[in-house]
Design a protein around this ligand. Structure first.
Ligand SMILES: Cc1cc2nc3c(=O)[nH]c(=O)nc-3n(C[C@H](O)[C@H](O)[C@H](O)COP(=O)(O)O)c2cc1C
Length: 418
């Protein structure tokens, strides 16, 4: 999918710079071309010679080199690429990018570019969590810089926490998501089945809470995103049970579909599905139901006030599935549909519900998410927030299924290094 794409890789001065070499190897394996800019500090960790050998291209470091500037000026360097990737991204370069500095070739290129930029931060956990770094990241995010990672883990400095650079494979997946144009499924190469032998539970669509036998409380969820996730997990080989509220979309192929109406029925169907490796709660479950649904149609009486509807809370399916215990799935993924303070509310929801990941999506009417074909989501994990570009719901589903597969099958290396 990356064939012919041109990546400008900016390597800065962190221990994780050694991983940039594997990143180049993977990108070239995907037939992308890679050109490197190396900071002075970066050159203390990897040699220009090794990057040159891997990229089979000149490595650029010096803004004031007469030969470099005449052959490939810094503006051309910043434009002659489809994507700029900063990996590793030090605390220092993030601060300089946020401040709009242009005091070396890397920052000048980053300031001059009109292309998307992806940064893979890597630093000591305290540097990452420092208010200054977090404020810089927030500033850069608002300006459209995309971030991948950092991951949680043991650090070279003998501390544990967020700060490890994302693995090169994860960075390649993020690059693909940023660069690839949507392709119909038939044009995609045959998929591997990394989830073979794993069981998945997905909830999708709205629930309906009866007011009386003919009326109900519900919402605009179409089920498109949840159904696409069930289909994507099945494509990756998982044995999938989809518990679906009333939707107009077709049942995905190769998936066991259980149709329900109310939140209580959805919870019962989820529990009946038995032990699963991953649960993805994409359904828009009604928060409230009628305290006492009427057994007969509520009649409109001339001159009398409309009936007061007394509501009661529905069971919390995500929190129930997230409860610690032997039956808890190894990975529980919730969805947060918000109309304001999207990321902050979703981060809070992840903690409150006890789930592992939250996919946050903007469902304000202007976003066109409910019922629409595309979705702009943020993946919130213990490691931080990944902002995904606007993608088709199928592509969001496949990317999420890929991340789930990676999580469920990856064996973390034991070594304590970025
Ligand atoms: C051994 C060593 C390891 C370092 N590792 C990191 C790191 O992982 N992340 C980071 O942000 N800074 C790290 N630093 C500090 C940066 O190298 C320093 O801030 C430098 O100015 C970064 O410059 P650059 O952003 O232009 O590459 C490290 C420094 C040393 C001496």
């Amino acid at each position: 999918m990356l064939k012919g794409k041109r990546i400008l890789l900016i390597v800065t001065g962190g221990i994780a710079a050694f991983k940039a070499q594997e990143l180049i190897r993977l990108l070239r394996k995907h037939e992308a071309s890679v050109r490197c800019v190396l900071t002075d500090a970066g050159a203390k960790f990897v040699t220009p010679l090794s990057l040159q050998a891997l990229t089979e291209d000149k490595v650029y470091s010096d803004m004031f080199s007469l030969t470099d500037e005449s052959e490939m000026g810094h503006i051309q360097l910043s434009r002659d690429a489809d994507l700029l990737v900063v990996a590793p991204a030090t605390a220092n370069i993030l601060a300089r990018m946020a401040g709009g500095l242009a005091d070396d070739l890397a920052t000048t290129v980053l300031l001059a570019t009109d292309k998307p930029v992806l940064a893979a931060p890597a630093m000591n956990v305290r540097m990452w969590t420092h208010a200054a770094t977090q404020a810089n990241v927030e500033t850069l995010r608002k300006r459209g810089i995309q971030f991948i990672g950092p991951n949680d883990g043991a650090m070279a400095c003998n501390e544990y926490g967020p700060g490890r650079m994302s693995e090169p494979e994860e960075i390649v997946t993020a690059i693909e998501a940023l660069l690839t144009t949507e392709k119909p499924p038939l044009e995609r190469p045959p998929l591997e089945r990394p989830l073979a032998g794993k069981r998945a539970l997905v909830t999708s669509g709205p629930t309906r809470e009866a007011i009386d036998p003919v009326r109900y409380i519900s919402n605009h969820s179409s089920g498109k995103q949840g159904h696409a996730i069930a289909a994507a997990l099945a494509q990756l080989g998982a044995d999938v049970t989809l518990v679906s509220g009333p939707v107009g979309v077709a049942d995905p192929a190769g998936v066991t579909v259980v149709k329900i109406e109310s939140a209580e029925q959805m919870l019962a169907a989820c529990l009946a599905a038995g032990k699963v490796d991953v649960a993805v709660c994409a359904a828009a479950v009604a928060d409230w139901k009628m305290a006492k649904p009427a057994s007969a149609k509520i009649k409109k009486k001339a001159g009398s006030a409309p009936p007061a509807l007394e509501l009661a809370p529905n069971p919390d399916i995500l929190a129930t599935l997230s409860k610690p215990g032997p039956k808890r799935p190894a990975l529980v993924v919730g969805f947060a549909a918000e109309t304001e303070n999207l990321v902050a509310n979703a981060i809070e929801k992840r903690t409150r519900k006890g789930c592992d990941w939250i996919v946050a999506n903007d469902v304000s009417p202007a976003s066109g998410t409910f019922g629409g074909e595309r979705n702009t989501v943020h993946l919130i994990t213990a490691q931080g927030v990944q902002d995904w570009p606007t993608l088709s719901k199928e592509r969001v589903a496949m990317q999420l299924a890929g991340a789930i597969a990676l999580h469920l099958t990856r064996k973390r290396p034991a070594e304590a290094a970025e």
